[in-house]
Design a binder for this molecule. Structure first.
Ligand code: GP9
Ligand code: MN
Length: 629
């Protein structure tokens, strides 16, 4: 009898303890969670418990052993899979999963190869406890008749579970006030709430955003319009309209970071073409990517709309039905033929759907390119050189003026290249990813050189402006050790913020070429691209819903805000919840950063409000002041 009773609770208790300890083990070994004091460590330790207690606690209601065990093992498997998916995701993105990302199923095929490189043979240890659990269940199989748990005991159990939850929330609130209202930083949530509660919270957020659209009305736009008008950046009058009537060729450069510019690997230039090209262009050397989980698609959204992406998931997926007033929409209204060119499946990042809203007349996707085994390299398919070559052929047929947004692909993780395409040696460090990165960047640089030449040969170059920007980082913090070796200095949070710089290059034939370019060091980001380019074309953006400003303007605020609420100004770098001096790189008095923190929070909230409420459907389009003819 006594043995039976013990077995009664043994299995649920074992499952609880194993899941709990495993989760904590994963926190400590697979995620890089910054712990500042003993209290934070304690919160981290207890935070998986409340959720596990609740869900395993449900098993106390079962009357039959087999049912109860079936339930416990199912829950354990599901939680283990969630945990492990986070581990794999984190290895690649240094981030945690969110519900919208999980539903990006059409990406899964293409991402598979990338993900596989992040799976290790020893990962079975993440599931070892399940084997023990099953063994234990087998061992006590004979105890078929369960002593039903007394109501009182069950109550006591759930009371403990609830107490655990409130203890956790209470401690988290003292450690991090307003945790749930300011959800820009996923790491903070995981650290304080625990991974399972966080996922639950994520489900809640997702439902909330669906409700938000239904409830939004036009009055919400007024305050935002006010804010935008107050922060409006007047164009630089000398630059306004400089590229009027020209074709706009905007190229998104995959995974390129600014540290490769004018840099070398064992004495060999990484980007010899770009190093020359920037002398013939406006080159912005303090320009940052502002993407989050939506990676390339976030950069596209930000660049096209001068609005922020979302803090969770990709707006391309979560809000592809929204009304937008994108750069492509506006150029199309001005008589431009607009298109996007990218030799990948059209549904990747839900582009085929989202591009309709952005306003491209046509999307030249994989189906429009001649892709053969000879001109492609798995997993990402068509190599940049061929992509550019075939794209120019298409451009020749386009009605002018045209606007086209091209997206390169070869310089994508895992950075694989055919032998004949390797123009410089790999770097030598403990990270293969990091070592290969330089060779694919070098390949992309060569492809760009041929592309510009081709544009000249085909007579498209003269009447166009060519704009290049990096979409997001290529080297995540997982490769810090290798990065440290390469840079010859420690990758502190401050240095890491600096590494988020990506190139932004505006090349205007007849204006910037023949050595007439210049380096512009305004602190800026992808959010500034739309107003900057539209002003060059001669389109006034006053009255547009936008959060960026013309980078050529004296009035530009010299600030960039990131999706997690961190920011960089000329004087300060606020990252990792620490205020640094931008000059010395040393931590400084937090209060110095506070006014900007408020501005950053407000701006991100406004941008989110527009997206969640689909507020641009209420936006009255102004008459365009200029017509291109
Ligand atoms: C896929 C390409 C890469 O089409 O844009 O996407 P990423 O993984 O960089 O977001
Ligand atoms: Mn990308």
């Amino acid at each position: 009898m006594n043995k039976l009773k013990k077995a009664n609770m043994l299995i649920p208790v074992f499952a609880i303890v194993m899941l709990w300890l495993k989760t904590y083990f994963v926190y400590k070994t697979s995620f890089n969670i910054k712990i500042e004091n003993i209290m934070q460590e304690f919160i981290l330790f207890i935070n998986p418990l409340s959720f596990i207690l609740f869900v395993i606690g449900v098993s106390l209601f079962f009357k039959r052993d087999s049912l109860r065990n079936g339930y416990i093992i199912t829950v354990s498997i599901i939680l283990s899979i969630i945990l492990y998916s986070n581990v794999v995701f984190y290895r690649f993105f240094t981030d945690f999963l969110t519900l919208p990302v999980l539903f990006q199923t059409s990406n899964f095929g293409d991402l598979k190869e990338s993900a596989i490189t992040e799976i290790n043979w020893y990962d079975f240890i993440y599931f070892l406890d399940l084997v023990l659990l099953i063994a234990l269940m087998k061992l006590y199989k004979n105890a078929e008749k369960l002593n039903p748990i007394k109501k009182l005991n069950r109550r006591a159990y759930f009371l403990i579970a609830a107490a655990m939850l409130f203890l956790n929330l209470g401690l988290a609130e003292t450690e991090r006030p307003q945790l749930l209202t300011r959800t820009f930083d996923r790491e903070m949530l995981i650290k304080n709430l625990g991974t399972y509660n966080y996922h639950l919270y994520d489900v809640f957020l997702q439902s909330k955003s669906s409700a938000q659209r239904a409830l939004a009305d036009s009055s919400e736009l007024a305050a935002i319009e006010n804010y935008i008008e107050t922060n409006y950046v007047e164009p630089n009058s000398e630059m306004f309209g400089v590229a009027k009537g020209r074709n706009v060729i905007l190229v998104s450069l995959e995974s390129i970071q600014s540290f490769v510019i004018n840099n070398d690997v064992y004495g060999q230039e990484i980007t010899p073409f770009l190093n020359d090209f920037i002398k013939d262009s406006y080159y912005f050397d303090n320009f940052y990517h502002q993407t989050a989980q939506g990676k390339t698609s976030d950069s596209e959204f930000i660049v096209e709309n001068s609005m922020y992406g979302l803090s969770r998931g990709a707006v391309f997926f979560t809000h592809s039905g929204n009304t937008l007033n994108a750069m492509a929409n506006q150029l199309r209204d001005m008589g431009y033929y607009t298109s996007a060119m990218h030799a990948n499946n059209k549904s990747f990042w839900n582009r085929d759907i989202m591009y309709e809203a952005i306003g491209y007349d046509y999307y030249y996707s994989a189906a429009d390119y001649e892709i053969t085994p000879e001109n492609s390299k798995e997993p990402w398919g068509m190599k940049d050189k061929y992509f550019f070559e075939q794209s120019v052929e298409k451009m020749k047929m386009m009605r002018q003026p045209f606007y086209t947004k091209m997206i390169t692909l070869t310089n994508h993780h895992p950075f694989h290249l055919d032998e004949e395409d390797k123009l410089i040696p790999e770097y030598d460090s403990n990270s293969g990813t990091f070592n290969r990165y330089f060779t694919t960047v070098r390949y992309m640089d060569e492809a760009l050189k041929e592309f510009i030449q081709e544009l000249e040969d085909q007579g498209i170059y003269e009447n166009s402006i060519i704009v290049l920007y990096g979409d997001h980082y290529g080297i995540s913090e997982n490769h810090n050790e290798a990065m440290q070796q390469y840079l010859g200095k420690e990758v502190t949070p401050f240095v890491n913020a600096d590494l988020q710089k990506v190139p932004f290059i505006i090349h205007i034939p007849g204006v910037t070429d023949e050595g007439n370019g210049s380096v512009i060091s305004t602190v800026s980001g992808q959010i500034d691209v739309k107003p900057t380019l539209l002003n060059l074309i001669g389109i006034d953006t006053r009255g547009d819903i936008q959060f960026g400003g013309d980078v050529f303007s004296e009035e530009h605020p010299n600030t960039v805000i990131f999706r997690d609420g961190s920011f960089i100004t000329q004087e300060y770098v606020f990252t990792n919840n620490t205020c640094f001096s931008a000059i010395s790189g040393e931590p400084i008095e937090p209060s110095l950063c506070e006014p900007f923190q408020e501005k950053a929070t407000k701006e991100l909230e406004y941008s989110d409000k527009i997206i969640y409420g689909d507020l641009l459907r209420f936006y009255e389009k102004r008459d365009q002041k200029l017509s291109i003819q």
